[in-house]
Write a protein that binds this ligand. Sequence first.
Ligand code: PMP
Length: 423
Amino acid sequence: SLTNDSLMVRRRAAVAGGVGQIHPVFTERAENATVWDVEGREYIDFAGGIAVLNTGHLHPKVKAAVAEQLEKFSHTCFMVLGYESYVAVCEKLNQLVPGDFAKKSALFTSGSEAVENAIKVARAYTKRAGVIAFTSGYHGRTMAALALTGKVAPYSKGMGLMQANVFRAEFPCALHGVSEDDAMASIERIFKNDAEPSDIAAIILEPVQGEGGFYAATPGFMKRLRELCDREGIMLIADEVQTGAGRTGTFFAMEQMGVAADITTFAKSIAGGFPLSGITGRAEVMDAIGPGGLGGTYGGSPLACAAALAVIEVFEEEKLLERSNAIGQTIKSAIGELASRYPQIAEVRGLGSMIAIELMENGKPAPEYCPQVLTEARNRGLILLSCGTYGNVLRILVPITAPDEQIQRGLEIMAECFEAVLG
Ligand code: PMP
């Protein structure tokens, strides 16, 4: 029978080395916040497939919606023959994405693809080619998205220079000494040194940086970006691939920022474990590209659209936004108590249930602890993830539907791991 070790051996021989794997565990099945591996071991899932499972593994409603769709058809290609669910998802997103203006949407498959298409739309609408992205931002691994991703190793290491016309501003982060004034000044520096504002199509950022370390932009900073974009005719793109679908306690994080983006990307948890992404934006902006300029064979797959409509229903029925905030409070206060015991815990932060724990020593990022905590946690039956530009941040992306007992047990395991590694 299959073992994790034997599968790791086969994986190493068969799978390209560039495809990483954080935990040497192979999945047999999963349900809500529980995963069983091929050896029959059970784990609590605090990773959620990297922010994809806000409604848990195989939510019964999502599973039923996909099963029902499977009885009808799995694919036509929306660009060949339409189907209602694609239109319905766009209608829903046009309502859910913040912004008091007429909106339109387009659907794709991955987060990276959503980012690429947001840039295409911004370029077509503004007739400009420059993009400003931020230090430690993460926008994906396809070529144009990768150019926007603000971390070389491991993402673009060994691949040569990325696409030109991307300019890097500093993301504000008080903990690491970058103020909002510094961040704004870094944009002014780009305008002075590199490119006129009239050559910039878009400023793209994550309202809360995901892979970068769960650093949230403030409403004040977002307002300053909005004003700058309005003044210069630049599109503000909110990459909500990781923050979206309720993770931050509102359906989109931008709801908490007081201003709206012109274009919003979404993916991951929007379809509860099925591949769906998309962009929603001002109708006139979204219509800047003519027929045939947007799309993709699998974009807005009928199975994924059925899943997304079910996810949106589940959010309302199970009041998951409230629960996202409640879980976040529980986690923050439990870890906050531990923070007083271990000086290495420099900060416990996050919006809603997007919670991170940053580990530092002598005022500097301490990356050596994260892999140890991840291993200790896995050995105790908890799947955790790290992140951060310095690799020193633990992040929690537990399904919002996880039962209280499992969240409590996960937090107990984390406490044991901190004692083992930091104590
Ligand atoms: N943008 C953000 C903010 C993300 O977190 C991610 C994935 N971690 C992406 C884009 C890329 O999404 P995908 O991996 O589905 O291409």
